[in-house]
Design a protein around this ligand. Structure first.
Ligand SMILES: Nc1nc2c(c(=O)[nH]1)N[C@H]1C(S)=C(S)[C@@H](COP(=O)(O)OP(=O)(O)OC[C@H]3O[C@@H](n4cnc5c(=O)[nH]c(N)nc54)[C@H](O)[C@@H]3O)O[C@H]1N2
Ligand SMILES: Nc1nc2c(c(=O)[nH]1)N[C@H]1C(S)=C(S)[C@@H](COP(=O)(O)OP(=O)(O)OC[C@H]3O[C@@H](n4cnc5c(=O)[nH]c(N)nc54)[C@H](O)[C@@H]3O)O[C@H]1N2
Ligand code: SF4
Ligand SMILES: [Mo]
Length: 764
């Protein structure tokens, strides 16, 4: 197995001294949630060179190989440069911005006035590196009365959020930099990252005899190759594997009973149920040697600290929500909370999740499903549109997301786009979704405006990075801040008479601004709902370095000062304004809170700060697990397809230009040598894949890391790209041409994309 870390190894060969240093600009890589700090050298509008920023507070110079090729995002051909209106024959007409803004505002107004605001939906609001656009989208939602919304989190993380809400009332972080035992469940951090300096940390763990790594994954991943324990489960059987693992702790008396008694509620019910698990039987069902499961369980029990990270391998596979629950027991039963190397709560600059008290989630119209963390389950959106129900969704606002490509069943999503009375997409590219929208509005890229990611989840120090633009906006494009500002004016919900005194106060200084804003909001409480746009328009012009779009973070800094005042001061910020100025002034990111480990308890949001172990639905599911199928294959579909694997050169749908991938341009279907032999194919052969959702042809790659019967296709392939402005060409297989909306988790509605029954045939 070759393990490549090109980016990290080659990151800072170029010396930077003297005048040349000025040519480097500090920003971040926006290709995954890590948002590693980078320095880029520009040649005109080209990003000519990229290297890790050693001074960055979180990434400390680390990057992976993908960052080096960021120019393929910034300067992809076919960037949108003019608003487009779709005509009845499906063609697009270029319109000027004033026309586009007026028609988009009136389009939503018309549907909302006729059918009520419940008929309007907002999807998206940010990718891996651009979450400020979602803050601006919230203002337009308020102006149009849009309450129903969703984004990609509701097709991956809402099952875990359902569990976290009930157990902790908040989101948790694992300290893999220090953990004695790190556990990765359906997660391949070597390629997908997910915590700072990922590969450095993985290599350190592997090199340290005192520390261990447990990987639960059917594929022998690059991460599994570094692990001490690779529990190579059969796809979709994690519930059996992890139930057995936690049962070992209980049945061998290895759990920390006194810690559980002191710090949790409801442990008896779970421990009782775990006592009944037949470890030997479950080991057989998940295909992992019982001795290996027992050894891994014992290793957990002797560790001072355990940190666990789950991801799509279990979030998008059978028993998803239940596995999220069971994996928490791995560290809870050994009491690895609120200590170095363990699990902790964390602060947030802007929280990504919200948690309702047990069982109190609001429900969707039409289908009556739980709305977890404020998000409609993605797999249900088509059902809410493609129905005769009077409360159906009729108009959709889509921003920085590509649901026709990224959500289950591209076919159903094309029907959704056709069925909507009105739709608008804000994007940098003519995406599969944009191609079917009534209006397409061209956004400035993430290097042409101020932006930030809200994926800042660290503890005890938490960091946040505000990016300044490094390039002028591409002509014809606007930032989302400006698009939403114009929409709000067009909708008539904010006006110059109210904003003028605020602008004048902002010129006088922050405290004058704060009191003027306080007065304005008292006079008109609705103004608070448009906060992001109000701040951008009034405070924005006073900010340095082209940072106007970062203005809403002034409010976030006030929130941080209220919620975590001691931790903020411990990080060196006297008050909210000092924090805000630090964020604006530093391109290397800022530590915004510095906590004591004990504070992790205080940040729990459950009764008496006791962690709740007894989730009745989960305990009941655990009791009934023995009746669950272990194999979803059939004679018709004798393989399991993981549709959407993270690989070296995949980055969701952010990179449309296929030439950014130097190897495996089409994104091969990986299959085991035995499966290849059975089909009579070799690497480079063509294979037809058929699933209940559709059919596609992919190039084969015989790959010894795959289990027999398990095949995988990469994520983010099959994107349309028009190199010469001509007809778009599609490279590789779009994974959601093969998925369906009904194959999903019963609690959170999250899709089971890693576990799609499939049939393969050699194409001759
Ligand atoms: N290179 C790259 N990095 C990315 C992204 C990207 O597109 N490209 N996207 C980012 C995003 S949005 C996300 S959410 C993360 C996702 O990050 P990951 O979840 O780590 O990515 P995947 O490769 O989709 O799935 C992880 C693993 O699940 C395994 N798996 C499949 N079936 C099963 C199963 O039944 N049980 C178990 N235990 N494992 C199974 C696969 O073999 C795979 O190794 O990555 C982020 N980072
Ligand atoms: N089958 C299958 N499907 C999957 C997955 C899988 O594993 N298997 N993974 C899923 C996961 S975990 C995720 S997170 C989703 C991700 O899928 P999406 O939520 O659709 O997000 P991205 O692919 O990141 O696309 C973001 C969009 O933002 C646009 N964009 C880039 N910069 C800007 C900007 O500055 N402003 C605006 N307005 N737009 C911009 C890009 O062109 C792109 O169209 O995919 C999901 N889909
Ligand atoms: S893809 Fe992720 S890990 Fe790699 S450089 Fe970019 S932000 Fe960092
Ligand atoms: Mo994701």
């Amino acid at each position: 197995m070759t393990v490549v870390g090109v980016g990290e190894e080659s990151r800072d060969k170029e010396p930077v001294e003297g005048p040349a240093a000025e040519a480097w600009h500090k920003t971040v890589c926006i290709l995954c949630s890590n948002n590693c700090g980078v320095e880029v050298r520009l040649d005109g509008r080209e990003i000519a060179r990229v290297r890790g920023n050693k001074a960055h507070v979180a990434s400390k110079g680390y990057t992976c190989e993908k960052a080096l090729r960021l120019n393929h995002y910034q300067n992809a051909k076919g960037r949108l440069t003019v608003p487009l209106r779709r005509e009845s024959d499906g063609s697009y007409t270029e319109v000027d911005w004033d026309t586009a803004i007026a028609e988009v505002a009136s389009g939503f107004r018309r549907v909302g006035d006729t059918h009520g605001s419940e008929s309007l939906f907002y999807y998206g609001g940010g990718g891996q590196g651009n979450h400020l656009c979602g803050a601006y989208g919230a203002a337009t939602r308020r102006a149009l009365g849009i309450r129903l919304r969703s984004n990609a989190l509701a097709q991956e993380k809402t099952g875990e959020a359902w569990v976290d809400g009930r157990m902790f009332g908040t989101h948790l972080h694992g300290d893999f930099h220090k953990a004695e035992v790190s556990v990765f469940v359906g997660k391949n951090p070597w390629h997908s990252h997910g915590f700072d300096e990922t590969r450095r940390v993985l290599k350190q763990i592997a090199a340290d005899d005192e520390r261990s790594m447990i990987v639960i994954d059917p594929r022998r991943t690059e991460t599994a190759d570094l692990a001490d324990f690779h529990l190579q489960v059969r796809p979709g059987t994690d519930a059996f594997c992890i139930a057995a693992l936690v049962a070992v702790l209980v049945q061998e008396g290895l759990h920390d009973a006194s810690w559980l008694a002191d710090n949790t509620t409801g442990a008896e019910a779970v421990i009782g149920e775990l006592g009944r698990v037949d470890v030997a039987d479950y080991a057989v069902r998940c295909g992992v040697d019982e001795a290996l499961i027992r050894a891994a369980g014992r290793r957990l029990a002797t560790a001072d600290s355990v940190a666990v990270l789950e991801d799509l391998g279990i979030e998008m596979a059978p028993n998803s929500t239940m596995v999220s629950y069971l994996q928490k027991l791995l560290w809870l039963l050994v009491g690895s909370f609120a200590k170095p190397g363990g699990m902790t709560t964390h602060s947030s600059m802007v929280p990504l999740f919200s948690y309702s008290a047990a069982g109190r989630e609001p429900t969707t119209p039409v289908t009556g499903s739980a709305i977890i963390s404020g998000l409609v389950p993605c797999n249900e959106i088509p059902e809410l549109v493609l129905t005769d129900h009077p409360d159906r969704i009729r108009a959709m606002f889509i921003e920085s997301a590509n649901p026709v490509h990224s959500l289950a069943s591209s076919a159903e999503w094309r029907d959704v786009m056709e069925a909507l009375d009105f739709s608008v997409v804000i994007d940098v590219a003519m995406t599969e979704t944009a191609r079917l929208a009534d209006y397409v509005l061209p956004a400035s890229s993430q290097y042409e405006k101020a932006e930030a990611t809200f994926f800042s989840l660290s503890f005890p120090d938490n960091t946040f990075t505000v990016r300044a633009p490094i390039l002028e906006p591409l002509e014809g494009t606007l930032s989302e801040a400006e698009i939403h500002r114009r929409l709000l004016h067009e909708l008539g919900v904010i006006d110059d008479a109210v904003l003028a005194p605020l602008k004048a106060a902002a010129e006088r200084g922050r405290s004058a601004f704060a009191s003027a804003l306080g007065e304005a909001v008292t006079a008109d409480p609705d103004l608070a709902g448009y906060g992001a746009v109000v701040l951008y328009e009034t405070l924005g012009p006073t900010l340095p370095d082209g940072l106007a779009e970062a203005a809403p973070l002034w409010f976030s800094a006030q929130q941080v000062a209220m919620r975590y005042s001691d931790a903020m001061r411990a990080a060196g910020h006297a008050d909210a304004d000092a924090l805000f100025d630090a964020l604006l002034g530093c391109r290397d990111g800022v530590v915004f809170t510095r906590h004591d480990y004990d504070e992790s308890w205080a940040m729990l949001n459950v009764a008496e700060a006791r962690i709740n172990l007894n989730l009745p639905e989960m305990v009941a599911d655990l009791a009934a697990l023995a009746d669950q199928p272990v194999d979803h294959r059939s004679d018709e579909f004798p393989w399991i397809l993981s549709a959407g694997e993270r690989r070296s050169f995949t980055a969701n749908t952010i990179m449309r230009d296929p030439s950014w991938r130097s190897r495996d341009p089409e994104g091969a279907l990986r299959l085991s040598p035995a499966d290849a032999a059975a089909l009579g194919v070799e690497s480079g052969s063509r294979i037809r894949i058929t699933t209940p959702g559709g059919t596609a042809v992919a190039v084969a790659e015989v790959n010894e890391t795959m289990l027999d019967g398990h095949v995988s296709l990469p994520n983010g392939l099959g994107l349309d790209y028009s190199p010469a402005g001509g007809d778009p060409e599609r490279t590789g297989v779009a994974p959601n041409e093969l998925t369906t909306t009904d194959w999903r988790d019963p609690y959170a509605g999250t899709p089971w994309h890693k576990h799609v029954p499939a049939r393969l045939e050699a194409v001759t």
